[in-house]
Design a protein around this ligand. Structure first.
Ligand SMILES: Cc1cc2nc3c(=O)[nH]c(=O)nc-3n(C[C@H](O)[C@H](O)[C@H](O)COP(=O)(O)OP(=O)(O)OC[C@H]3O[C@@H](n4cnc5c(N)ncnc54)[C@H](O)[C@@H]3O)c2cc1C
Length: 380
């Protein structure tokens, strides 16, 4: 659908991403998914496009400007390869860069941001714990003050990029119970007491790594605390907003892939003496997929416009994330029906999207939590 917010720059940015994905990712992502990893050079090639530098000053390797439409275009276009693991393998940095850029010390920013933005090194955000991911206010990892140091103990799990990242943003409890006792820390993977083990045999995102992190008296200099003491909860919550916009855009890319592959198959496949696309039931499925794409795209554009205007429409982002994961699930299921048995075979995009849609309904704030938060934001 044509967007009233399109500009020449945004179109050029999207087109360059689209051809990058078509040449450098789509032909190889099946093999990467089966192998369980992407080549590290892809981080660097992708970083060279500047896609991780939004909102970050040029002196730290950033772009020196921000644009929510371009952020969303990155997530959407990279999802068009049909393997969510590719974006996830590189995406730990997307959700940890903003807090580093906003809250870390000058020394950390100078050392870390250029490396991560350029794709030479990885970073991750580690919020979820074995005891739960939804109830962030009740995390149990602790940080106790010891002279000029903080000492972290506990564990985190499901951490994307957890096996490959050098740098981690980790919330831990520095105060009393609840949301007012949490602070954020910057932790390097080679700090004594930090260990990790891989989570494997996942339903999807095979070419990305997730890990459980163990923090066994990890001793950090006091300046590794990011932002003011006991104000980490708000920082984590704020960070979720743009992560969710990225997830909505990624799902939009998945939905467009469902439409594209459904149409291509329906035009070619013959049943009962005519192409599948000439059967009304199939035409209606395509109309239904397409209508959901339009609805998500229009909502996403309005959200991006508001973010660019300096507002953060939290309730709308939450509602859009639920609506989009439901819409994406519908599109994946209908596309699978159109492809029939062929859609069930490994190695095609629809089969993978059908499996990977579920993590979008859980990660970055589950559907249940999104509804709850939206209604709370509505003052109810
Ligand atoms: C592939 C993958 C990658 C991930 N990457 C990261 C990462 O990089 N960093 C990170 O920190 N986390 C990551 N996560 C964790 C993810 O954010 C959590 O899985 C998510 O927040 C849900 O937490 P949980 O799995 O502990 O479920 P729980 O919090 O235990 O909830 C279980 C179910 O109950 C529902 N529920 C919980 N509370 C309520 C309630 N009050 N009312 C109604 N329903 C409720 C939830 O919606 C969910 O469906 C990742 C997860 C996956 C699967």
């Amino acid at each position: 659908m044509q967007s009233p917010f399109d500009t020449e720059e945004r179109r050029a940015f999207r087109e360059s991403l689209r051809s990058f994905v078509a040449q450098e990712i789509t032909p190889f992502c099946d093999d990467w998914d089966e192998a369980g990893k992407i080549p590290w050079e892809l981080h660097q090639k992708t970083g060279a496009l500047g896609v991780w530098g939004f909102g970050i000053d040029e002196k730290y390797g950033g772009l020196g400007f921000d644009d929510c439409f371009m952020r969303a275009a990155y997530s959407e276009e990279i999802a068009r390869c049909g393997a969510g693991g590719v974006a996830a393998a590189m995406g730990g940095r997307q959700i940890s860069l903003d807090p580093i850029a906003r809250l870390a010390s000058e020394e950390i920013k100078m050392q870390v941001l250029p490396e991560v933005i350029a794709g030479r090194k990885g970073s991750s955000l580690a919020v979820t714990e074995p005891g739960g991911g939804s109830d962030v206010a009740n995390i149990t990892t602790t940080a106790r003050r010891d002279g000029n140091h903080w000492v972290l103990s506990g564990s985190k799990t499901f951490i994307t990029g957890g096996m490959t990242s050098e740098y981690f943003v980790i919330p831990a409890r520095t105060g009393g119970p609840g949301l007012e006792g949490i602070s954020l820390f910057f932790v390097e993977a080679d700090t004594p007491g930090f260990t990790r083990s891989a989570l494997s045999r996942k339903m999807g995102w095979w070419c990305s790594d997730q890990a459980t992190l163990f923090l066994d008296d990890v001793r950090l200099p006091a300046d590794r605390m990011m932002g003011p003491e006991n104000h980490g909860f708000l920082a984590v919550m704020e960070n979720f907003n743009l992560e969710r916009v990225g997830l909505i855009a990624g799902m939009l890319g998945m939905m467009k892939t469902c439409l594209e592959d459904s149409i291509a198959w329906a035009q070619e496949r013959q049943t009962f003496g005519k192409p599948l696309i000439r059967h009304q039931v199939i035409r209606h499925k395509i109309a239904d997929i397409s209508a959901r794409i339009d609805a998500v795209e229009a909502t996403l554009n309005t959200i991006c416009w508001q973010v660019n205007e300096g507002r953060m429409p939290v309730a709308e982002i939450c509602k859009a994330k639920v609506f989009t994961s439901k819409a994406c699930e519908f599109c994946a299921s209908e596309a699978m029906q159109i492809l029939g048995g062929a859609g069930y075979l490994r190695g095609n995009r629809i089969e993978r999207i059908y499996r990977e849609v579920k993590v979008m309904a859980i990660g970055g704030g589950s559907e249940e939590i999104m509804r709850d938060l939206a209604v709370r934001q509505m003052g109810l």
